[in-house]
Design a protein around this ligand. Structure first.
Ligand SMILES: NC(=O)c1ccc[n+]([C@@H]2O[C@H](COP(=O)([O-])OP(=O)(O)OC[C@H]3O[C@@H](n4cnc5c(N)ncnc54)[C@H](O)[C@@H]3O)[C@@H](O)[C@H]2O)c1
Length: 359
C-alpha cells in the first residue's frame, strides 16, 4: 500500500533500522550510553513510523542543542524517591524523558498487576516525545493507561496573555482484543506551534480560524499577526481546562515546575525550561471483568464506531490510533520519507560528530 503522506516525487524513504542506528550514533557521540541512545532513537523512529513526524527525527535538532548546552544529562537514570506500592514518585534527574518514561511505564505495568491501579509521577525529567509511545506499551500489556506531561511557559491561560503552560499533551490507550489498542494522543492547544511557524515560513496569507491569537490575545487569521506564544486551546475553555489538569498532575502533584513556579536544578527557565513533570495512571481491567471479556467489548465498540454511517463527504470513520497503526504497517515496509532538509540536518549532525550519517 502506498504511504498516503508521501507524494510520488517526494523524498526517498529511509529504512527505519538504518535511521535508528544513525540517530543512536549521534546521541552516543554526545555522551549518551549505548543502551539509552538506542532506546531514545527507537522511540523517535517509532514516532516517524506512526506518522507523528513532528515528534520523530525532527526532535533531534532540539535534543542535540540541549545536550550540547548541558541541559539534558545524557547519563541520568530515574531514581525512586518514594514507593508506596500502588504509587511511586521518581526523579528524572534531567535525563532523557524517554528513559524515565519507559521506566515509569514498566513500573506501572508491574504495580497495576499487584494492586489493580497504579500511579507513577516523575519530576525533573525532560521531553517525553510522543506520549503514545508509553500509553500504547502499557495498553499492549493489558492495562488502561493515561499520561499527562507539562512543560515550559509558552501558552497563556484561556482569556489571558501571560504565558503559564506548555502545549500540555495528554494521552490514553485502552487494550483491545483482535483490534489494535485505542490510542489517543494530543496536545491541548488547537495546533502545534510548529504548524504556525511553517505557515509563516511558506508565506501563507491566511491561517485557519481557531489556531492562534495576536500578542494582545485577540483571535487572528493573519499569519504575520499570529503569535506562536499565543496559541489557542482546542475547544476554547474546554481545552484550557484539560491543560490545567495536565499542569495540576504533571506539575503540582509530581512536585515538578508548574505555571510560573520553577522547581528545577536546570539553568534553563521560562520558555526555555527543559524540566518537565509527568504522571502515568494505569487501571487493570481484569479487576472489573475477565480481560478477554473486556477486550472483546472494546472490539465491539471499535467495530460499531467504524461501521456507523458516514457524514456526507467523509470516506470512513476512524478510531483514535487507527491512522498511526495503519501508517506504521506501511512505513515499516516502505521506509520513512524524511524531508530533504531534515535528512541534510541529520547528516550535518553526524558529520560534525564524526559518526556515520544517512548517506
Ligand atoms: N512531549 C511534549 O511536550 C508534547 C507536546 C505537545 C504535543 N506532543 C505530541 O505531539 C503529537 C501530536 O499532537 P497533536 O495535538 O498535533 O495531535 P493531532 O491533532 O494530530 O491528533 C492526533 C490524535 O487524534 C487521533 N485522530 C486523528 N484523526 C482522527 C479522526 N479522524 N478520528 C479519530 N481520531 C483521530 C489520532 O489517532 C491521535 O490519537 C502527540 O504525539 C503528542 O504527544 C508532545
Amino acid at each position: 500500500m502506498p504511504d498516503p503522506l508521501v507524494e510520488a516525487d517526494g523524498p526517498i524513504p529511509v529504512d527505519a533500522g538504518h535511521l535508528r542506528k544513525v540517530l543512536a550514533g549521534i546521541l552516543e557521540a554526545l555522551g549518551t550510553g549505548t543502551a539509552d541512545a538506542a532506546t531514545v532513537a527507537e522511540l523517535l523512529v517509532e514516532a516517524d513510523l506512526r506518522g507523528v513526524d513532528s515528534h520523530g527525527t525532527h526532535l533531534m535538532g532540539l535534543y542535540v542543542s540541549r545536550l550540547r548546552a548541558g541541559h539534558i544529562n545524557p547519563t541520568a537514570r530515574p531514581r525512586i524517591l518514594d514507593d508506596q506500592g500502588s504509587t511511586l514518585l521518581l526523579d528524572g534527574g534531567l535525563g532523557f524523558g524517554q528513559i524515565a518514561g519507559l521506566e515509569a511505564a514498566r513500573l506501572l505495568i508491574e504495580r497495576s498487576a499487584e494492586h489493580g491501579v497504579a500511579v507513577v509521577a516523575v519530576r525533573e525529567s525532560t521531553h517525553l516525545g510522543a506520549l503514545a509511545a508509553y500509553t500504547e506499551r502499557v495498553a499492549r500489556a493489558g492495562r488502561i493507561c493515561l499520561c499527562f506531561q507539562n512543560g515550559p511557559t509558552i501558552v497563556p491561560p484561556y482569556g489571558g496573555i501571560t504565558q503559564m503552560f506548555s502545549t500540555n499533551p495528554l494521552s490514553y490507550a485502552v487494550p483491545a482484543g483482535e483490534e489494535p489498542p485505542v490510542v489517543y494522543d494530543v496536545a491541548t492547544t488547537a495546533v502545534a506551534g510548529n504548524k504556525l511557524l511553517l505557515a509563516k515560513k511558506r508565506g501563507d496569507t491566511r491561517i485557519p480560524d481557531g489556531w492562534a491569537n495576536d500578542v494582545r490575545g485577540v483571535p487572528t487569521t493573519d499569519p504575520e499577526a499570529a503569535s506562536v506564544h499565543h496559541l489557542q486551546w482546542f475547544g476554547g475553555h474546554k481545552g484550557y481546562g484539560l491543560a490545567l489538569l495536565v499542569e495540576l498532575l504533571g506539575g503540582v502533584l509530581a512536585g515538578s515546575s508548574f505555571g510560573r513556579t520553577e522547581h528545577t536544578a536546570s539553568p534553563a527557565h521560562g520558555r526555555d525550561r527543559v524540566a518537565k513533570g509527568f504522571v502515568f495512571i494505569a487501571v487493570d481491567p481484569a479487576r472489573f471483568m475477565p480481560l478477554p471479556e473486556f477486550t472483546a467489548r472494546v472490539d465491539t465498540l471499535v467495530r460499531d464506531l467504524r461501521s456507523g454511517e458516514t457524514a456526507e463527504g467523509v470516506d470512513r470513520i476512524l478510531v483514535p490510533g487507527q491512522l498511526e497503526h495503519e501508517r506504521r504497517r506501511v512505513r515499516e515496509e516502505s521506509g520513512i520519507p524524511l524531508p530533504a532538509a531534515l535528512r541534510a540536518e541529520t547528516n550535518a549532525h553526524a558529520a560534525e560528530l564524526g559518526v556515520p550519517g544517512l548517506d
